[in-house]
Ligand binder design. Structure first.
Ligand code: NAP
Length: 239
């Protein structure tokens, strides 16, 4: 049975990707910190929950070094407070880079050499349109997503000769819990109203479609946006 490791699998896009992979016959390790959500997803067939703070390097090493997976999905991410950069707190900047960039690179460093020895594997990164277009009040988030996009594209070149595929998921607005801690419920409802968000399961379906392509084909990145968000910054509503 092929195996997969998905980070950020306790919510949103990661949950959907983990479920999609399990339904396609992968044995999935689902990573997150929220124990209730881990118990829920771990109760699904072919999914095992792994409680892990990805920024805890020591725990990351001990939990992952024994694992050998066919598919790695570096998906966990956080959004720092929406504010003018002049008001940003150093601890929020550090936390965003620790989760969105450093932990994904470190996890890849633990997993990719084994893929290279085997001569196959697929590594996904959940990037963002924020890594490719500027957004007001999101300078740090944009910087983390630009960093992970750059890493993914360059990593692809290092791994191509070994037959390993690398894909950057360039997501537009997806209806998840990403803004829960930083935006009011009313504002989130307005953000997602009128078909202006992709659903997490749509991203899961794309991951499966890409994995189903011949192993000689690499989708180096794909952009997935709501039809009503035709560009990074333009959103049109129904009615
Ligand atoms: N939603 C969007 O519109 C959108 C658009 C573009 C890109 N993205 C990207 O998509 C990815 C998934 O986000 P989402 O939208 O699905 O948001 P979400 O529902 O908030 O999920 C975020 C996930 O990251 C995990 N996580 C955060 N910090 C962690 C840590 N220190 N250690 C381990 N896990 C951690 C969370 O798990 P625990 O809480 O259990 O730790 C959770 O499972 C992120 O990289 C995000 O930047 C989202």
């Amino acid at each position: 049975m092929p195996t997969a490791l998905v980070t950020g699998a306790t919510s949103g896009i990661g949950t959907a990707i983990a479920l999609a992979l399990a339904s396609a016959g992968y044995e999935v390790t689902a990573v997150g910190r929220n124990r209730d959500a881990l118990a829920q997803i771990g109760a699904q067939p072919f999914i095992t929950g792994l409680c892990l703070d990805l920024t805890d390097r020591e725990r990351l090493h001990s939990a992952i070094s024994g694992l050998d997976v066919d598919v790695l999905v570096n998906n966990a991410g956080i959004m720092p407070p929406l504010q003018n950069f002049c008001e940003a707190k150093p601890e929020d900047i550090d936390a965003a880079f620790a989760v969105n960039v450093t932990s994904a690179i470190e996890l890849t460093r633990l997993v990719a050499p084994k893929m290279r020895r085997r001569g196959d594997g697929h590594i996904f990164f959940t990037g963002s349109i924020a890594g490719h277009s500027p957004f007001r009040n999101l300078a740090v988030y944009c910087a983390t997503k630009a960093a992970i996009g750059g890493f993914a594209q360059a990593l692809r070149l290092d791994l191509a000769e070994s037959g390993i595929r690398v894909t950057e998921i360039v997501a537009g607005r997806v209806e998840t819990g990403l803004y829960n801690a930083i935006v009011s419920r009313e504002a989130r409802e307005a953000m997602y109203a009128g078909g202006t968000a992709v659903q997490p399961r749509d991203v899961g379906a794309m991951v499966l479609a890409i994995l189903g392509l011949p192993s000689s084909v690499d989708v180096s990145r794909f952009d997935i946006l709501p039809v009503r968000q035709p560009t990074a910054t333009e959103v049109s509503r129904k009615g």
